[in-house]
Each structure stands twice: as structure tokens, then as C-alpha cells.
Design a protein around this ligand. Structure first.
Ligand SMILES: Cc1ncc(COP(=O)(O)O)c(C=O)c1O
Length: 406
């Protein structure tokens, strides 16, 4: 079964906007277009339900129920319990709060493992635990390929490690890391695992329950939704870590690591992401429970993306003036493709804009990863990232533009 790209694009109002016609979007790793289901819910909330939720009058009841619906449906798709999923303002704000909880929970002399492959959001906050006497061990990437080798993690693990932080997929290397294998290793050493799924989740929701990490994070503004950070914290860990919210909310797992009041409208609109996955499942004849529907849609998206990605990787690998970061085989990576050029990346992105290509250049907050691979972070990389709604014609448009400008 293949993805019906016409149907997919009809679910995104951006493709109907005259000013965006002919513009091929290749900065999806920065933030995706929003599905119509999410936009419709957001508008309805602001028009009809924009009152304090969970009160006994109708508008409030509907608003509160929609917020609960969002959490319940997304949790079911991710294969976790309802209260193991919470919404924060962004993934970065979520990791800073979590790091504060670990700072209070850990003892001096205990250790954490971080990588130099991560976006700063899943490494910087954790590294600051050194200020509290926590030992920070760096799991380093291969300087040539950017690969994170699980064998190298083995040497960093012992009984003093409490937490291993790593990305499901880096936002510049693109390689999909073996989350379950890494989690099994960390758990065997007695450590918990925090996996940054921000660069992976746009390519299909994973079954976090089966995958295994204790913490799984992603950002819904990159998964066709509103601007929220979605955080799964498994119960065993979440109940041990000190509560970061108001004392009277400590007994509710999904409130323990989100100290501020939530953005009601955006949380409610997150249910639109579940609507979208279900609409894709229905259209393509995928049935089963929520997790099964999400898995089927994940595979559909992935199939489409891999087929479009390989020609782009082949093209970029054939260019002498270009250094492609990460794997050259599409099956091993997400369609988030960063390339080092002989010149600074941002002016090249600006030249591509003249060909109707929307892409960016810079460090993408993955400064440590770029430096580890010998890329001058000031020069940056050109990043070409796409998702399942990208068409074959847009890939051809991109390759044509690159041919002129590289
Ligand atoms: C891989 C990765 N992790 C974390 C983040 C931070 O997410 P947020 O913008 O929600 O803080 C980003 C943002 O670009 C990212 O690409």
C-alpha cells in the first residue's frame, strides 16, 4: 500500500495558500505545516470554548473534555497510559524542568550520560547537573560519520549512572538510533533513559511503550499540530522524581513536570493530530486500536519518505563540493539531510529561495554535533528536511535548484 499524496496534501490548508504555491517546503525539521483538523479545533476553541476549563458550565466542560481527549488519544497512539503523557510549552522547557527534578533527586558522585549528537535541548540542561556535583559522561559520535555507536556506550555505563540521554534521531545527522537496544543496555546497568524524539516523531508516531524509554519527548509544532512540547514519562520514573508543580498537584502524574498552567487551546487542538492520523488510517484502510492505526500510518509515511529520500541522497553524495552528514542509505535515516558546503550555508539557502525552495542554513542548535564532525558552526550546514506530504515533484524541484546553485 502506498500513501495517497493527493489526499494527504488536501488535509493541509498551507498547500492552498496562493502565496505558498510553487514554494517547495524543505525546512520541516524546524516546524511542519499544520493539519486542518488542528486548525479547525484551535479556531473552535478560541471562538466557542475559550473559558477556564473543567467548570460545570457547558463551554467549560467541552473545553476540558477536549483537553482530556487530546491526552488520552495521543497516549493511546503512543502505547502509554493516559497520565504518562503531559503537555509543556516546548521540548526545551520540558528538559529544563526535568533536569531540575533530576538535580534534586540525584546525589553528588552519581553520573549521567549525554551525547554530542543531540540538539542542545537534550544535552545542555543535563550537562548543567555538573554544577551539583553530578558526573557528566559524554557519549561521543564518530567524527567522520556522526554515528553514535552503542558499543561505545557500554564503556560509559556502571552502577553510578542514573540516566542516559540521547536522540531517537539527530536533527543534523539524521541517523535513526536503535532506541530499544540502547534502552536495554541502560536498564541493565540500572539507569533510566531520556530519548529526544523531536526529529523522529514527524515521520510517524512510535509506540513508546514498546520502544522502551522512560522519557520520550517531541514537539507537536513539528508533528502537524500546535506549538507544544509533548512529554511521555513512564510511571515508575515519574513517581520517583520530585514533583516540580504545585504541591497539591503532586498526586497527578501528568501535572508533576509541567509547573505552569497549560495553554488550554493548544492542548485541546492537539487532539487534531490524532484526528489526522485516524483520517489517514481510515482513508488507507488501516484498522485496529489507536496504537495499531498509528503504527500503520507510521509505516505508510516512512515508505513514502524513504522512496523520495534515496534519489536526493544519491544526488548529494555524487557532488564533490558537498559533504553529506549521516548515512547515505535512506532506510537508516530520517529525511532530515544536512550538508556541509565549501561556503557558508545561509547565503546558499537565500539563493535557493529564488528557485522556490524554502530551506535554511545554520547550526540548528546542534552546535556540539557539528563541531564534533569538524564543521565550522558559523559557516553552518544547509539543511533540507521533508516529511510525508512532500511530493516527488518537489524533490525534483529541489534537485534542479541545487544543481544551479551548488
Ligand atoms: C532534535 C530536536 N530536539 C529538541 C528541539 C527543541 O524543541 P523545542 O523547540 O520544542 O524546544 C528541537 C528543535 O528544533 C530539535 O530539532
Amino acid at each position: 500500500m502506498t500513501l495517497d499524496i493527493e489526499y494527504v496534501r488536501a488535509q493541509f490548508p498551507a498547500f492552498e495558500v496562493p502565496a505558498l504555491k510553487g514554494q517547495a517546503f524543505f525546512e520541516n525539521a524546524g516546524g511542519s505545516y499544520t493539519s486542518r483538523f488542528v486548525i479547525e479545533r484551535l479556531e473552535r476553541f478560541y471562538r466557542e470554548r475559550k473559558v477556564q476549563p473543567y467548570a460545570p458550565y457547558e463551554a467549560s466542560r467541552l473545553g476540558g473534555e477536549e483537553m482530556d481527549e487530546a491526552r488520552a488519544r495521543l497516549a493511546a497512539m503512543l502505547g502509554v497510559a493516559n497520565d504518562e503523557l503531559s503537555f509543556g510549552p516546548s521540548t526545551t522547557q520540558n528538559t529544563y524542568v526535568l533536569a531540575q527534578a533530576f538535580r534534586q533527586w540525584m546525589r553528588p558522585g552519581e553520573a549521567i550520560v549525554v551525547t554530542n549528537q543531540d540538539h542542545e535541548a537534550n544535552t545542555g540542561p543535563w550537562r548543567r547537573l555538573a554544577e551539583a556535583g553530578i558526573e557528566v559522561r559524554e557519549w561521543k559520535i564518530d567524527p567522520e560519520t556522526g554515528h553514535l555507536d552503542p558499543a561505545a556506550l557500554e564503556d560509559l555505563l556502571d552502577e553510578s549512572v542514573r540516566l542516559v540521554c540521547f536522540p531517537h534521531c539527530s536533527n543534523v545527522v539524521g541517523e535513526v538510533n536503535p532506541v530499544t537496544e540502547i534502552t536495554v543496555m541502560a536498564h541493565a546497568a540500572g539507569a533510566f533513559v531520556c530519548c529526544d524524539g523531536v526529529s523522529y516523531a514527524p515521520h510517524g508516531f512510535p509506540n513508546v511503550g514498546e520502544l522502551g524509554p522512560d522519557i520520550y519527548l517531541f514537539s507537536s509544532y513539528k508533528t502537524y499540530g500546535p506549538h507544544q512540547g509533548i512529554m511521555v514519562i513512564r510511571r515508575e520514573l515519574g513517581e520517583q522524581l520530585p514533583n516540580q508543580g504545585h504541591y497539591f498537584n503532586a498526586g497527578t502524574l501528568y501535572k508533576r513536570f509541567t509547573p505552569a498552567g497549560p495553554d488550554h487551546a493548544q492542548v485541546a487542538a492537539c487532539a487534531g493530530m490524532a484526528d489526522y492520523i485516524d483520517a489517514l488510517a481510515g482513508h488507507h484502510g488501516i484498522s485496529g486500536d489507536a496504537a495499531a492505526r498509528a503504527a500503520g500510518v507510521h509505516d505508510l509515511m516512512r515508505g513514502h519518505e524513504v522512496a523520495l529520500l534515496q534519489p536526493l541522497l544519491d544526488y548529494l553524495s555524487s557532488k564533490n563540493a558537498v559533504r553529506l552528514l549521516g548515512p547515505t542509505a535512506a532506510e537508516r535515516r530520517a529525511p532530515t539531510v544536512a550538508v556541509e558546503l565549501q561556503e557558508a550555508a545561509e547565503p546558499v539557502a537565500a539563493r535557493l529561495a529564488a528557485h522556490g525552495i524554502m530551506a535554511g542554513g545554520g547550526d540548528f542548535y546542534a552546535v556540539r554535533a557539528l563541531q564534533a564532525m569538524g564543521v565550522d558552526a558559523d559557516k553552518g550546514v544547509l539543511r533540507l528536511s521533508f516529511v510525508h506530504y512532500t511530493s516527488e515533484a518537489e524533490i525534483a524541484q529541489l534537485i534542479g535548484a541545487l544543481d544551479r546553485e551548488l
